[in-house]
Ligand binder design. Sequence first.
Ligand code: NZQ
Ligand code: ZN
Length: 388
Amino acid sequence: MKNFEFYNPVKVIFGKDQLAKLSTLIPKEKKVLLLYGGGSIKKNGVYDHVNEVLKDYTLLEFGGIEPNPHYETAMKAVELIKKEKIDFLLAVGGGSVIDATKFIAAASKYTAGDPWDIMSKGAKVEAALPLGVVLTLPATGTEMNANSVVTRVSTNEKFSFNSSHVFPLFSFLLPDAAGFLPQRQVANGVVDAFVHVIEQYLTYPVNAPLQDRMAESILQTLVEIGPTVYNDPANYDAMSNLMWSATMALNGLISCGVPGDWSVHSIGHELTAIHNIDHARTLAIVLPGMWSVLRNEKKEKLLQYGKRVWGITTGSEDERVDNAILKTVEFFESLGIKTRLEDYNVTIYTIDKIVKRFEDRGWKAMGDRNLVTPDVVRQVLEHQLISR
Ligand code: NZQ
Ligand code: ZN
């Protein structure tokens, strides 16, 4: 096992009828900005509930944060925060609202230059406004981690940053609000959480059986409950299990002492930046291609994954690897998520563009053991080009 540090200060409040506790978690003297997206929280009742609980606070609001949140929108919130001297941020919604709020929290306190440098150049975040979260969509794990992903529309770039200053102070996880999600977003949530686990698990063995089994248990749970929650998002038990699985998938626990990959995400972010394809769908496209191209390098873990998650125990090693990839693709497609670029009208020109972007940025190699060179990126995407 590798050395590691684990730190996660986020207080999680999970379940029904918990929002009244908001007023015990935000100091009364704070001037609070409620941040939200395109209005789903007004339909599922969460907006009214939050306003009711915080009626004695000075509460301003900033709505209209887009899916794959825009830097340009976030900077408008920063302007409002400075003008109104806001000193507490409350993000209510899905991963996009929460990620934008994290960036806004950091950008509001950033004095060293252009806040976009935090995203594009990895400029260090020295401080951030305190923030709290009310989560209505299980998928990203952002409610219990220190990551944020933001898109700059003017340049079609999607980057992430990570800073312990943007850990939420608390996160309410609301499976009942998620019961209003359209099937498409539920499918996205299952697949995003699934691939988060994969990015931290399907690398190479480092003798970390506990982490492996924790990762496998999340994958097994997602396989078990995925179809139920996809077919009936209002099934509270199934949605609860999806929500907690998604949080556990990316709160730092399963990555302790093991290598990570994250190249599927890096390539996926380009597909979203260029074609606005939903984040999870980009992962479902890239992952099978990655495994097909790096099948030998990742063989040991692919065999373990096939055996423990899908019960694949017979056939040659090559057949078992093929079967593990096939089972994964079938799982994604059973949730209505296509896995080929052609299905999204993406052509070879996009592949050229993505490879050139990586080369221009000097990204010589990504992923575990630096296996993913620009040439591998090309092979992965070409593998996924045509529907079979
Ligand atoms: O904008 P509103 O009106 O709220 O509608 C949203 C949005 O249209 C809707 N929605 C949310 N909760 C709902 C609901 N609709 C009905 N009922 C509810 N209860 O769902 C749509 C999608 O929301 P979004 O927040 O974009 O989805 P998600 O949570 O999947 O977040 C995706 C973003 O997170 C980033 C992705 O790149 C993407 O930008 N990620 C963040 C990560 C992190 N911070 O750790 C890790 C991930 O890998 C990912 O990259
Ligand atoms: Zn993701």
